[in-house]
Design a protein around this ligand. Structure first.
Ligand SMILES: Cc1cc2nc3c(=O)[nH]c(=O)nc-3n(C[C@H](O)[C@H](O)[C@H](O)COP(=O)(O)O)c2cc1C
Length: 228
């Protein structure tokens, strides 16, 4: 280990009360995040999008390979192209490819093959997964745990956008290969998902769904019993 290659960690130790309060405050903010499918066309400030992307880029990743690329689109003609290509795939999905069980799971969300939000929302962010990075010599260097890493970065991006005051939709038209062509990304990158970003339309509604309670999502084995 070379000493100069390490720097002091920036870390602020909180009191127990602060930690509990901060974690609760974050939860109270994050629980209001909902997937929105009805957007206003009001533009979003690009500086805020840059900051949210910096947050995403600060995510942990396998061997710090940062195997992601984010493509931001606000250009109306490109959004239209993306909508048309996504709707073509979604038509196939809803009419032919989707198994009945999947369609039944989607029914409460009220989704179908029409994706007007891809044009109406001011901003689309294509997220691409890189199995390889290019080295300075022009060779390919393998990336590790790419799905995990890009998933974490995407979660951080969604959280940052929510905290900045934007509504988002995680959209996965399947297959998404058309995004490589429209967003001008190389073929060896995998379109991971498409994030729709903007403000909700006036009076926007969301499905009345529930999140699982803590005792279903989590188990605890604690030093003190009971865990509290
Ligand atoms: C990986 C992933 C893919 C998704 N794909 C779509 C999609 O293609 N279209 C859509 O309308 N919603 C999509 N969603 C949104 C989910 O339907 C939504 O997150 C879920 O119903 C829970 O609702 P909430 O986000 O409001 O909590 C996707 C979410 C995730 C995490």
């Amino acid at each position: 280990m070379i000493e100069e290659d390490f720097i002091a960690l920036e870390f602020e130790r909180r009191t127990t009360e602060q930690s509990v309060r901060e974690a609760d405050a974050f939860y109270q903010t994050m629980r209001k995040r909902r997937s929105v499918r009805d957007f206003s066309s009001d533009p979003v400030p690009m500086q805020a999008i840059h900051n949210a992307l910096l947050t995403a880029g600060s995510a942990p990743s396998g061997a710090n390979k940062q195997p992601w690329h984010f493509t931001v689109v606000t250009d109306p003609s490109m959004k239209r192209e993306i909508r048309l290509a996504a709707e073509a795939e979604e038509r196939e999905f809803y009419q032919r490819r989707a198994p009945d069980a999947w369609l039944a799971d989607l029914a409460p969300l009220g989704t179908d093959d029409q994706k007007p939000f891809l044009e109406e929302a001011p901003c689309l962010i294509g997220i691409f997964l890189k199995k390889f990075n290019a080295t300075e010599e022009g060779n390919k260097s393998k990336n590790y745990y790419t799905s995990e890493s890009v998933g974490i970065a995407t979660g951080m991006l969604i959280s940052a956008l929510h905290i900045a005051g934007f509504a988002t939709l995680t959209h996965t038209p399947s297959p998404m290969k058309f995004l490589n062509q429209i967003m001008k990304r190389p073929n060896d990158e995998r379109a991971f998902l498409l994030l729709v970003v903007g403000y909700p339309a006036e009076g926007a509604k969301v499905p009345n769904i529930r999140k699982l309670p803590l005792d279903v999502t989590s188990s605890f084995f604690c030093a003190d019993s009971p865990c509290d």
